[in-house]
Write a protein that binds this ligand. Structure first.
Ligand code: OGA
Ligand code: MN
Length: 302
């Protein structure tokens, strides 16, 4: 084969992404937009990717409808936004894809196939690490006929609407985040959580983050505490810390801050963990639910 043929063949083989015409429909309310007609199993052009990225920043949560994607395609799309995090509960990694955490209430041969009580308390994914998550992508695999919604609260709005006294009380404060904050309680409430090995516990040492963070891409401030992982505010007396956190938690999840996602088959939901906290609405025990999650690493909160 001549060299020019070899070169031509290589050019032919290089995948050229084609522009896709997709629709962006903001959802009514404080969070979210739907993306209709975009196929994430295909490579996105730079322009399509830029539009998706901007929409994510504008709406904090995107619902990509009807995504018939493989776990590898889910991972590949997620990686375009940053490094992927490997969840400490290796028991619930998808086989051969440790980047995917199985979120499911399904029990097979007496063993849970995934984390059955994921999101039982309001939280921002992996806020208990020095580098918390930028965002997570949750892909519906199997949905219950009823229940199974996921709720999202807008933490920019929560900050903007804080009463002045509360805003002043947390000015410049930092708070402790711990993976173990609710772990024992969750073990008591259900059978989903394995005992952690010494190695797993070593991976989740508590960290300290600002109570109010500035979003590194949109520049807006957001409350960055949650009942799931925040245990106390540093440098204030214990009882004051408890009272402040209770007020902040209650304020964050007022009805006008919330979007309730009702899952449709093959939805892929991509939310911003720097702007939102979220909660599993709960699924009746007798109904099966399974989703796959990737989690993108973010940067140091400031
Ligand atoms: C998660 C999570 C909530 C749900 O996957 O990070 O919190 O409704 N899930 O499954
Ligand atoms: Mn979560």
């Amino acid at each position: 084969m001549s060299q020019s043929n070899a070169v031509r063949r290589e050019i032919d083989a290089a995948p050229v992404p084609h522009a896709q015409s997709f629709e962006l429909r903001p959802l009514p309310g404080p969070v979210g937009a739907e993306i209709i007609g975009l196929d994430l199993s295909r490579d996105l052009t730079a322009a399509d990717f830029a539009r998706v990225h901007q929409a994510h920043l504008d709406h904090h949560l995107l619902v990509f409808r009807d995504q018939r994607i493989t776990p590898q395609q889910h991972i590949d799309f997620s990686r375009r936004f940053g490094r992927l995090m490997i969840h400490v509960l290796h028991q619930f990694h998808l086989a051969n894809h440790p980047e995917i955490l199985i979120v499911s209430n399904i029990v097979e041969d007496g063993k849970p196939i995934g984390l059955g009580d994921a999101g039982k308390y309001w939280h921002s994914d992996i806020s208990y690490k020095e580098l918390p998550s930028l965002g997570s992508l949750l892909h519906a695999q199997e949905l219950p006929a009823e229940g199974g919604d996921t709720l999202f609260a807008n933490m920019h709005l929560a900050y903007d609407t804080l009463p002045a006294a509360l805003r002043n009380a947390i000015e410049g404060k930092r708070a402790v985040h711990s993976y173990l904050a609710q772990y024992g309680q969750l073990q008591k409430e259900g059978n989903w959580r394995p005992n952690l090995s010494a190695q797993q516990i070593a991976q989740v040492q508590e960290v300290v983050h600002p109570v109010v963070r500035t979003h590194p891409e949109n520049g807006r401030r957001a409350l960055f505490v949650s009942e799931g992982f925040t245990t106390r505010i540093v440098d204030v007396p214990e009882d004051e810390s408890r009272a402040l956190l209770a007020e902040l938690f209650a304020h964050s999840v007022r009805a006008e801050n919330i979007y309730r996602h009702r899952w449709q088959p093959h939805d892929l939901v991509f939310w911003d963990n720097r702007s939102l906290i979220h909660l599993a609405g709960g699924t009746p025990d007798h109904l099966r639910r399974k989703l796959y999650r990737t989690t993108i690493e973010g940067d140091t909160p400031f």
